[in-house]
Design a protein around this ligand. Structure first.
Ligand SMILES: Cc1cc2nc3c(=O)[nH]c(=O)nc-3n(C[C@H](O)[C@H](O)[C@H](O)COP(=O)(O)OP(=O)(O)OC[C@H]3O[C@@H](n4cnc5c(N)ncnc54)[C@H](O)[C@@H]3O)c2cc1C
Ligand SMILES: NC(=O)c1ccc[n+]([C@@H]2O[C@H](COP(=O)([O-])OP(=O)(O)OC[C@H]3O[C@@H](n4cnc5c(N)ncnc54)[C@H](OP(=O)(O)O)[C@@H]3O)[C@@H](O)[C@H]2O)c1
Length: 581
């Protein structure tokens, strides 16, 4: 039984992959520390936990790029693979094993985890320097105090389910992606087998395409599958081919090389050079960048064959994407099977429109069309909230604040507007062509941006760190590095710049990001093509180098694999911990 008001050296909220790796790394460096990891779920893994697995869930990150640096991730030879991609369940088993095999002072990592524990309130009083955490453990209230805190609650933990008019009269289930696997909706008991014959999916992004494919390939009962994508948003996603070439086993490996970072259009983590001047300041460079990025776009559209696919249902062509890959102006995913488009084209009825009403077993669209629906599957995204902090504390820490908090937001604007205006001028001076993204479609801005230094720590409080705030294509890669950086700050192992300097950098990120990623960059946390440059930047600040390749050419063109980062904790220990131990 959990003791109330237990006092800890470090408390971690979230047992997804960031929280898990942070717990292990901290104990590797401080084996006697008293730490706990609290998670609302019943098991470790977050997005990859057993309860969230669903049919046809595959990783978009190749096997060589997956797993933590210290324990190689392997997929059995005879397991299905698609250009080094694999079924998500292998990561679930990997994470479950990971928390069992590590042991410190006679207790496994798993024994430090408290599951079914929803953190409800976190505060730090002015008069002492400890964090006070309240949580619901099952039905019980529990509380902890901790001198250090890591928040790793993920970007995909709180489902966004739109409130739809008439929802009360809809008699079928409304299920969000988060509960799709758990719901076992496609394997109803025999009595209800006929109840769910019309499945309708709402949303245009990767979760929606996964659920549509799962619904269309499921053979448990005959089913009509509808896919509704609204017309007022970014539209249907683009699905890129997964295969790599030469030494790159999959396309994501190509995305994890340093040479690509310089093609990322405007990379704030790279210094200016003649090469970046050529690419980003000359018409020839601009033309070249457009050629490179649009090649993949054209290839993806050709594979989908929206207009000429034999046997396609009328409406299939409405899945044609307008996403510009260079600017990530819509959602981007990877094809995870050869038959994806054929299955969708022949089995899924696509609608573009706004849902204006739900009736008993019907979805009504804004142009009057009705879609027979017995289950509504919402792949409608996520809310990024930190509700365990009150709004003032969240603002102090640099978390996004709802624009409804008018007074706090006005106060923040007073502090930040000059810094951000100056930053905007610098961004446009350095990359004048970023002005072209001003006309792109943007998500509705409903909060302020993150104000975390290196998207990890508040400039004014180094007893707390946030992991996994950045949106990157390979979370294992980012976790391997950001965790060490966060621990270095929490331990006071590195000296941070002055608050003024940190705020200047934060403001720069916050003005660069929405110009670079017009769709969703307004929170300042999208690092899609800059991931390796970001982690290189953090490692440079830590003064660590064991991840570097043998030659400069390898450093530029070899993919950054999980195994390359295996020596970092040891290097860190020698540099920062041994000295004091
Ligand atoms: C369906 C899906 C597929 C994805 N596929 C890929 C992929 O192929 N490759 C990739 O790199 N990324 C992928 N992602 C992105 C994904 O977010 C990351 O892979 C990774 O899971 C992020 O890890 P995390 O630890 O930050 O968050 P999570 O895995 O989301 O874990 C956060 C944990 O925090 C817990 N938590 C949240 N709030 C509280 C609270 N108040 N109290 C207690 N516990 C709390 C949650 O229960 C959860 O266990 C995918 C995301 C989704 C939704
Ligand atoms: N490994 C995998 O294969 C895999 C699988 C699933 C997800 N993922 C990852 O998980 C992350 C989240 O992806 P996601 O697809 O779950 O979420 P998402 O990318 O945020 O997409 C949400 C979708 O819902 C739509 N939407 C939001 N509100 C709506 C409303 N009121 N009515 C209709 N549509 C609405 C959005 O459309 P608008 O554009 O109109 O706003 C968007 O198409 C991504 O990083 C993705 O790559 C990976």
């Amino acid at each position: 039984m959990e003791a109330a008001d237990e006092t800890l050296d470090l408390l971690i909220v979230g047992a997804g992959l960031y929280g898990t790796y942070a717990a292990n790394t901290y104990l590797q460096l401080h084996p006697t520390a008293n730490i706990k990891v609290l998670d609302a779920d019943a098991d470790a893994g977050g997005v990859w936990s057993r309860g969230r697995l669903y049919p046809k869930f595959w990783s978009q990150t190749g096997a060589r790029l997956s797993g933590f640096p210290d324990v190689p991730f392997k997929v059995a030879e005879d397991a299905p693979r698609y250009h080094d991609l694999f079924e998500a369940k292998h990561l679930t088993s990997y994470l479950e094993d990971y928390v069992s095999i590590h042991e410190y002072e006679g207790a496994s990592l798993r024994e430090r985890f408290v599951f079914n524990c929803w953190v409800t309130k976190i505060r730090k009083d002015d008069d002492d320097d400890v964090w006070r955490i309240k949580a619901k453990l099952g039905g019980r209230d529990v509380s902890y105090t901790a001198s250090k805190l890591i928040i790793a609650t993920g970007q995909n933990s709180i489902p966004h389910i739109p409130r739809l008019p008439g929802q009360e009269s809809f008699k079928g289930p409304i299920i969000h992606q988060k509960d799709f696997g758990r719901s076992k909706i496609f394997t109803p008991d025999e009595e209800n087998a006929d109840d769910h014959t019309n499945a309708t999916i709402l949303g245009g992004s990767k979760s929606a395409s996964d659920i549509a494919y799962a619904a269309a390939t499921d053979t448990t009962s005959p089913r009509k599958v509808n896919w509704i994508i609204r017309t007022t948003g970014a539209g249907p996603l683009i699905l890129s081919k997964a295969q790599g070439f030469g030494k790159y086993k999959s396309l994501p490996e190509l995305g994890s090389i340093r040479a690509i970072a310089s093609l990322s259009s405007a990379n704030p983590f790279l210094p200016d050079s003649w090469w970046s001047y050529f690419l980003h300041r000359t018409p020839v460079g601009e033309w070249l960048l457009n050629q490179i990025w649009s090649k993949n776009e054209k290839e993806s559209k050709a594979i989908a064959n929206y207009h000429g696919r034999e046997g396609a249902l009328p409406g299939f062509e409405k899945l044609e994407t307008e996403t510009k890959m260079r600017w990530r102006s819509g959602s981007i995913g990877l094809l995870q099977s050869d038959n994806f488009w054929d299955v969708i084209a022949k089995n899924v009825q696509v609608y573009r429109g706004e849902v204006v009403n739900l009736e008993e077993d019907v979805v009504v669209l804004d142009d009057g069309r009705t879609v027979r629906t017995d289950m509504l599957l919402c792949a409608t995204g996520w809310r990024q909230e930190y509700s365990s902090f009150d709004a003032h504390e969240a603002a102090r820490l640099g978390l996004p604040i709802s624009l409804n908090e008018k007074d706090i937001v006005a106060e923040m604007r007073q502090h930040w507007s000059k810094l951000e205006d100056d930053a905007d001028r610098k961004v446009l001076q350095r990359w004048p062509y970023l002005k072209q993204t001003e006309g792109f479609h943007k998500h509705t801005v409903d909060s302020t941006s993150y104000k975390l230094y290196n998207l990890t720590v508040p400039p004014n409080d180094q007893s707390i760190a946030f992991l996994g705030v950045q949106l990157v294509p390979n979370s294992y890669h980012a976790a391997g590095v950001q965790t060490l950086y966060a621990i270095a700050v929490l331990d006071g192992a590195i000296e941070l710049p002055s608050i003024a300097k940190m705020e200047e950098e934060i403001a720069f990120m916050n003005r660069w990001c929405p110009r670079r990623y017009p769709l969703g960059g307004w929170k300042g946390n999208v690092l899609d093509y800059e991931m390796v440059s970001f982690t290189d930047y953090l490692l440079e600040q830590l003064g660590l180098s064991s991840h570097k390749k043998q030659s400069w050419w390898g450093d530029l063109t070899d993919p950054c694999l999980a195994a390359d980062y295996a020596g970092l904790v040891d290097e860190y220990w020698k540099k920062y911990v041994r000295v004091g131990s």
